[in-house]
Design a protein around this ligand. Structure first.
Ligand code: GLY
Length: 437
């Protein structure tokens, strides 16, 4: 069967890399893909999709046309934007097989206000919160509640819509960036109304808990943890994620059971009860408190990036078969097998990321894949025979080893051979798992 992966990041490179390992997958097409999916494997290729949407974006109808043209049997959606645009609804209307949530179900991510209200309705543990459309009211609220505090953009913000502000200055700046007249209006959702959700902060460790759901049954993926801040020690600006590792030791068997019982299952049942059946990858960003209590920090309706890269390096089962089962409503028959080792990925980002990203820097000495290390491409493109930077997060150097410490050492060993002008990376990815607990 031919499989289509929608997206162009490291997550999509990892999806294609894993899918092509299935004996039942003939080819993986990636729309639009990156340099890694252009040349990494003879059975993976990039395809061009029409871009008839506003601002030169591809519409759900453009993706349907691409799938029909190439005789695609199964489509997997990487990023959130096509889901929020209704790509799954369009494929289903055309009778095409696709794995991902409908537009209505994707609101769990595309509207933080919907997501928080949903959690309240279904007794899913989350921090107390208030939603604002007015910038002055949001600032006034911050002055009353103080910091640390969490500020979230209501709309999609490419993984950067959640700011954990340790000071009031940071919190006010986040509100300005999301709502203010000189801001980027990243909080725009529901037509033209911009909203922010401001919620209480709890001292905690965060972990990523992702499941596949066929609307009724769920199958948990391996746990992981990412590093959202740009700089070592979790300092500096928020990013889409500077590195990740799997498994996350903070998710003990007890926490795992609680996450399923208190968060995942009530969410799947609640979405079903509200007529928004959730089929797809459900990503719960969890806050794990010192006593093992959990609260949901955010829901995403897709795989995480860069979490997917280490997670899929540990997946021993056939991902294609699992996706097929999920689209058939047979996930209760699937049990995924995981490599017991740790996988750890370090993101190499471009000059200026996460603000003004410079493109076009030539990437030198990309190593060939080995059994224990893969360099997943993201914001990288092949131009005139060279691989050059083309986005903020450029590569994710991912390694597999017997312990977090060894996986960390191996990932940084591989990374040391790669270079491009202006490269930025954290030197402490995995530090929580590496330090003695
Ligand atoms: N790594 C965070 C995200 O995918 O949203």
């Amino acid at each position: 069967m031919k499989v289509l992966v929608i997206g162009s990041g490291g997550r999509e490179h990892a999806l294609a890399w894993k899918l092509v390992q299935s004996p039942r997958v003939q080819r993986v097409l990636v729309a639009p893909g990156n340099s890694g999916t252009a040349s990494g494997h003879p059975a993976i290729e990039n395809v061009t999709v029409a871009a008839s949407g506003v601002g030169g974006t591809s519409t759900p109808a453009d993706y349907v046309a691409c799938a029909v043209l190439h005789g695609i049997g199964l489509t997997v959606v990487g990023p959130e934007a096509p889901l929020a645009d209704g790509v799954v609804d369009a494929f289903e209307a055309a009778g095409l097989r696709i794995f991902g949530p409908t537009q209505a179900a994707a609101q769990l991510e595309s509207s933080k206000a919907f997501s928080k209200a949903f959690m309240d309705r279904h007794g899913i543990p989350t921090a107390s919160h208030a939603t604002f459309t007015g910038v002055a009211e949001a600032h006034a609220h911050l002055d009353v509640v103080g910091a640390p505090i969490v500020v979230k953009a209501d709309g999609l913000a490419a993984g950067k819509g959640v700011v954990v502000a340790m000071t009031l200055t940071e919190a006010h700046a986040a509100v300005d960036a999301m709502l203010g007249s000189d801001g980027v209006h990243s909080a725009v959702n529901d037509g033209d109304v911009a909203r922010v959700v401001i919620e209480s902060f709890f001292p905690r460790e965060e972990a990523t808990f992702i499941v596949m759901s066929d609307g009724q049954h769920v199958c948990a993926l391996a746990t992981s943890q990412d590093h959202k801040r740009l700089l070592d020690g979790d300092l500096g600006p928020n990013t889409g994620g500077m590195g990740a590792y799997s498994p996350a030791p903070v998710v003990t068997p007890e926490v795992h059971a609680r996450a399923l019982r208190e968060v995942i299952l009530p969410t799947i049942r609640g979405m079903q009860a509200e007529g928004r059946v959730f089929r797809g990858f459900l990503y719960a960003g969890l806050m794990i408190q010192p006593d093992g209590g959990i609260k949901v920090l955010e829901f995403n309706t897709r795989l995480g990036d860069p979490e997917t890269q280490p997670i899929l390096m540990r997946l021993k089962s056939d991902l294609f078969e699992a996706l097929l089962a999920a689209t058939d409503g047979r996930l209760d028959q699937v049990e995924l097998q995981w490599d017991r080792r740790t996988a750890l990925g370090v993101v190499m980002a471009a000059h200026g990321y996460p603000l003004e990203v410079r493109k076009g820097d030539v990437i030198h000495a990309l190593p060939a894949e080995t059994d224990d290390a893969v360099v997943f491409h993201a914001g990288a493109a092949q131009i005139a025979g060279e691989v050059v930077t083309s986005g903020g997060r450029v590569l994710c150097v991912t390694a597999l080893a017997d312990s977090p410490r060894l996986a960390q050492a191996r990932a940084y060993e591989v990374l040391a051979g790669i270079s491009f002008d202006g490269m930025q990376f954290r030197k402490d990815i995995g530090y929580r798992a590496v330090k003695p607990r």
